[in-house]
Unconditional design. Structure first.
Length: 252
């Protein structure tokens, strides 16, 4: 579970642990990863891991192989979101988010494949990869052009790999949360109004909530059960699919 230290990652790790999973909690913040692993039970493992570091992925895979011999589920959840008006955004805004949001998913799936095939050889009914994208990979969001580009890429990448691996026993699906109240927004450049003045976070969040038919932001607990379902054998015939949880945001 990448990005396990907070938000959707934390809630999902705890949910999976309650379902009986042995959780490997990965996060760039080692203290947060260890705290979550402690909450997941004595069999859980924590890794301090920057998902943009390919060598770090290899180290995680080696440690998982040595301790468990295989991997049943990979949740690519780690991500960053930087909000900035497109006209003012340097290309580095795109590159930074692409590296974290897309390249990490690409590397993670490649590194996980041998470990997942080992699980299937040992008798598992299959293995599951769940990539966390966003509804902003589907619809437009003001000042989120670069972020939207990366999440659209995660959607396309997930479908392509799901199609390629369909007969391997490894399922690949994508979860698309709508606006969720987590600390992902800590990486935002402050949104600005038409006059260029910063918009207070609480005002921006309230405006977001007003645009959602359910009139509230999502919570991590709204997303975790969906990920847990896709990780389970109950989703054994589900691959290449997208699951939206957005309070009706994209329904119109």
């Amino acid at each position: 579970m990448t990005g396990a230290g907070s938000g959707i990652g934390r809630e999902t790790a705890l949910t999976l642990a309650k379902s009986g999973a042995t959780v490997v909690a990965s996060d760039i913040n080692g203290d947060s990863a260890r705290e979550v692993a402690e909450g997941c039970g004595i069999s859980a493992v924590a890794f301090e891991h920057d998902v943009t570091d390919e060598a770090g992925w290899q180290n995680c895979a080696q440690a998982i192989e040595q301790r468990f011999g295989h991997l049943d589920v990979l949740v690519n959840n780690a991500g960053i979101m930087v909000s900035q008006a497109f006209s003012d955004a340097p290309v580095n805004i795109l590159r930074r988010q692409h590296q974290t949001n897309v390249e990490s998913v690409y590397i993670g799936m490649q590194v996980a494949e041998p470990l997942m095939k080992a699980a299937i050889v040992k008798g598992a009914t299959g293995a599951s990869i769940i990539n966390v994208a966003s509804v902003y990979g589907m619809v437009a969001g003001a000042q989120f052009a670069a972020y939207s580009a990366t999440k659209g890429a995660v959607r396309a990448l997930s479908r392509a790999v799901a199609f390629e691996w369909a007969q391997s026993g490894i399922r690949v699906n994508c979860v698309l949360p709508g606006p969720v109240q987590t600390n992902l927004g800590a990486d935002w450049e402050a949104p600005v109004d038409a006059s260029g003045n910063p918009i207070p976070p609480e005002v921006a969040l309230a405006a977001w909530a007003a645009m959602i038919p359910m009139k509230r932001l999502g919570m991590a607990g709204d997303i975790a059960p969906m990920i847990a379902f896709l990780a389970s054998d109950g989703a054994a015939f589900v691959t290449g699919a997208e699951f939206v949880a957005d309070g009706g945001y994209t329904a119109a």
